[in-house]
Every structure is written in structure tokens, then in C-alpha cells.
Design a protein around this ligand. Structure first.
Ligand SMILES: [Zn+2]
Length: 333
């Protein structure tokens, strides 16, 4: 049951009809995260924010301001598994009993079974080795996972969503599968007024990364995440979107212009990498240190992902060759 909302909204705002935004603080460099409450046949929370007491309290206040209680939430839709968006998931689920909706590829990241953790750690260890990452950083991913493990409680996915299906309980909203930033990333779209809830697919003030991730099964090839990301951006450019409410920062109104800008700047980096190979073959790690000299140590996974993504593109376009010497890949033009 909805109570009469307060006049002065401090923790939430109605951004479109039946759509409310709640801004939650995070402890991550990205800054605050936006989560959304949608009224429909089922009261739906889109993303939960990070697992901190501060975010938890503001989330509760934000929902109360709209006129509901946490217990009224019937379903939680997760745009993607990253912990700034999903850290409070299990806590909200326990209190509300809500169903959890997401892409099928969300499941392993949300269940976080030990064997999946081990699989991921092994994948990055081998990947870093082939990138020529020095020995002391080869376990970077596993170490980072350990540092962040208290920021997520394993949970479950109850309803798996497919591209273009209607969101259960929200008859106006449709799923758009938008992999690239993460393999499970999805957006939801309300065609009648052109509203997209975009997660981290596109953000006004920062360009999203296409993070390298393992294939779901070890026998499959690694997904070409930057290629996916570019294609999923182009797909959104083709949609008649009026406004994108994003996972961070202000809404995007001129989405085609912004997507074009992102794709163009992305190509510039691809070109830069090709130039860096003019004076001889290099490993992914060597290229990463040249491209991101000030941040590669701190943000190894992000920067290595970026370099690999562009090399994947160049490889697909037959603009670079790759040769493996003692387990390390060397790229050349
Ligand atoms: Zn993210």
C-alpha cells in the first residue's frame, strides 16, 4: 500500500511517471550510484546499491519517501553484477522476500560458488601470464576479489530475462540485453515514452569500460567484450530513446550524439595502439604501461581489459598479428 508521499523529497525523486530515482553513496572511485523504483503490477527496485550501512539507510528513506516500505518491494531487477549496483541485494531480498530478476549470466556472479571463484581466478592468472604481466602482479585479480569479498553476500536469481522480452510485472518495460561492460549487463526500455534505464552501459560523464571476463564454460572462447560493447551501443543508437536514466550521474538526453562520441574516441585509442606497435612487437602489458602510465598499477584489470579490447578489434580487422613465445602473446603490425 502506498502512503501519501512527503512534500519535500530529499532522498528520492520522481524522474518520470511511476519511476523514482534514489541516489546512494558508494566508497568506490566512481562515486554515488543511482537505483530506481518502478511502480507497476509489481513494485520493482532496479539495482540495490553497495553493501554499506549508509547506502542501506538512504535506500530505506528513499523508498519511504515515495510512499512504500522495503517490505513492499516485490521484485529486484539487477542491471549487472558489479558490487556498487548489487551489494545490498541479499539484504533487501531477505527483508522484502522479493524475487530477483536478471540475465542468465548474472547467476554465477550472484551465487558466487567457490568453484566459480576459483575458475575466475585461474582465468585471470592465465590471462595475465599471456599478457606478459610481471610475476608479482599475476595474482592481482584473486587478491582484489579477496579484498572485496565482504562487500557482497551470495544470493540467487529467480527469474532469468531474455533480450526483448517484457519485464514480468512491468508490462510497459522491455529488456534490452547490452553485454560489454559486463557479460550479464541489461537495460530496460519503456517504448511509450522512450525511457531507458541504462545501468552502466552508457554514462554521461564517464566512458564505460568493456571488462574482459571469462567465458561461461572453460571450453569456450573468451568473449570479445569491446566488440560486444560497441555493437550494443550501436543497437541503442538505433532505438528511439528520449532519455536514459543511468547507473551513475545525470541522465542522457542526446543519446545518439553521446554514443557517436564514445565510438569515435574509442577508435582513436585503437589507432593509438596500432601506432605504438610501429616500432616493434609488444605484449599487452607493455602496451598497457605505455597507454596508462599513471594508473595501470592501481587499476590493472581495467587497463589490461582496455588494451586487450582494442587488440581484439585490430586482430578481427587483420591489422595486427599475434605470435606466442613461451606462453606470452606478442602483437605486431
Ligand atoms: Zn558496472
Amino acid at each position: 500500500m502506498k502512503n501519501k508521499p512527503l512534500n519535500r523529497q530529499k532522498y528520492s525523486k520522481e524522474v518520470k511517471e511511476g519511476l523514482y530515482q534514489i541516489v546512494l553513496p558508494t566508497t568506490f572511485p566512481v562515486g554515488p550510484v543511482n537505483v530506481y523504483l518502478i511502480e507497476g503490477n509489481a513494485l520493482t527496485l532496479v539495482d540495490t546499491g553497495p553493501k554499506t550501512d549508509e547506502a542501506w539507510e538512504i535506500l530505506i528513506k528513499g523508498i519511504e519517501e515515495v510512499g512504500y516500505q522495503l517490505m513492499d518491494i516485490q521484485q529486484i531487477l539487477i542491471t549487472h553484477y558489479h558490487i556498487d549496483h548489487s551489494g545490498l541485494l541479499e539484504r533487501v531480498r531477505k527483508v522484502s522476500g522479493a524475487q530477483i530478476l536478471g540475465h542468465p549470466l548474472l547467476e554465477p556472479y550472484i551465487e558466487l560458488k567457490p568453484e566459480f571463484n576459483e575458475y575466475r581466478n585461474q582465468f585471470y592468472f592465465k590471462l595475465y601470464k599471456s599478457c606478459g604481466v610481471p610475476h608479482e602482479y599475476q595474482h592481482h585479480f584473486a587478491r582484489q576479489q579477496k579484498r572485496f569479498q565482504h562487500l557482497f553476500d551470495p544470493s540467487q536469481v529467480d527469474i532469468k530475462l531474455a533480450h526483448r522480452q517484457q519485464v514480468p510485472g512491468l508490462e510497459d518495460w522491455q529488456v534490452l540485453y547490452t553485454p560489454g561492460h559486463s557479460q550479464d549487463h541489461l537495460c530496460i526500455y519503456r517504448r511509450r515514452d522512450g525511457v531507458l534505464l541504462g545501468g552502466d552501459h552508457i554514462i554521461e560523464h564517464i566512458s564505460s569500460n568493456a571488462l574482459i571476463e571469462p567465458p561461461l564454460h572453460s571450453t569456450n572462447e573468451r568473449p570479445l567484450t569491446l566488440v560486444q560493447y560497441r555493437a550494443a551501443l550501436e543497437m541503442c543508437a538505433d532505438e528511439d530513446i528520449q532519455i536514459i536514466f543511468t547507473g551513475h550521474g545525470e541522465p542522457v538526453t542526446k543519446h545518439r550524439q553521446l554514443i557517436h562520441e564514445r565510438l569515435k574516441n574509442n577508435w582513436l585509442r585503437t589507432e593509438k595502439i596500432r601506432h605504438l606497435l610501429e616500432d616493434g612487437p609488444k605484449t599487452v602489458y607493455e602496451l598497457t604501461t605505455l597507454l596508462f602510465p599513471s594508473i595501470f598499477k592501481k587499476e590493472l584489470n581495467l587497463t589490461i581489459s582496455e588494451t586487450i579490447g582494442h587488440l581484439d578489434l585490430l586482430t578481427l580487422l587483420h591489422q595486427v598479428k599475434v605470435e606466442e613465445i613461451e606462453g606470452v602473446s606478442y602483437y605486431s603490425i
